[in-house]
Write a protein that binds this ligand. Structure first.
Ligand code: ADP
Ligand code: MG
Length: 159
């Protein structure tokens, strides 16, 4: 892994998992993380490693919320909600999933956040996964902290 500020080159699934568990140590309730990038880029790999790190359980079952849309966990740092919004048809559906409760009290991970772009809080960490040419297992992972008023992302020691 080559580190350059908050732009990482991940060369394997394990590498991506390591970045996620490094980030986990910096999180507190109320944090919102938006995982962006195409299908197969490693958003769920990242989410799984982050949830296992927060739960202090490397064997924790972390099912994909592709069909349930959301999965919730109790972790050492409080509740964690993992959304995958790929299959929502209408942005309003998120409110039936407990969206507001998650954003107030929990650490919230959101795959496919662009499906509810208007409902995202301005204070959040965007994590962007992109492919690299000719290297099927390489990913560029960028962490982009919001600079919103009152936010704390820019003061954290992000990986
Ligand atoms: N560097 C990498 N980081 C993450 N996943 C990788 C990497 N290289 C290969 N993979 C593979 O890519 C797939 C990513 O799947 P997944 O995390 O479900 O993607 P997404 O949630 O973005 O659709 C997994 O099969 C994983 O083994
Ligand atoms: Mg996924």
């Amino acid at each position: 892994m080559i580190k350059n500020l908050m732009r990482h080159l991940s060369t394997s699934e394990d590498d991506t998992a390591r970045i996620a568990s490094d980030l986990a140590a910096q999180l507190t309730p109320g944090d919102v993380l938006c995982l962006r990038g195409d299908l197969g880029m490693g958003k769920s790999v990242f989410a799984r490693a982050l949830i296992r790190a927060l739960a202090n359980n490397p064997a924790l079952e972390v099912p994909s919320p592709t069909f349930t849309l959301v999965q919730t966990y109790d972790t050492a740092q409080g509740p964690l909600w993992h959304f995958d919004l790929y299959r929502i048809e209408d942005e309003e559906e998120i409110y039936e999933l407990g969206w507001e409760e998650a954003l107030c009290d929990a650490i919230t991970l959101i795959e496919w956040p662009q499906r509810a772009e208007n409902a995202l809080p301005p204070d959040r960490l965007d994590i962007i996964f992109a492919p690299l040419e000719n290297e099927p297992n390489h990913r560029e992972i960028r962490l982009i902290p919001s600079k919103s008023c009152g936010g704390t992302w820019t003061q954290r020691r992000l990986p």
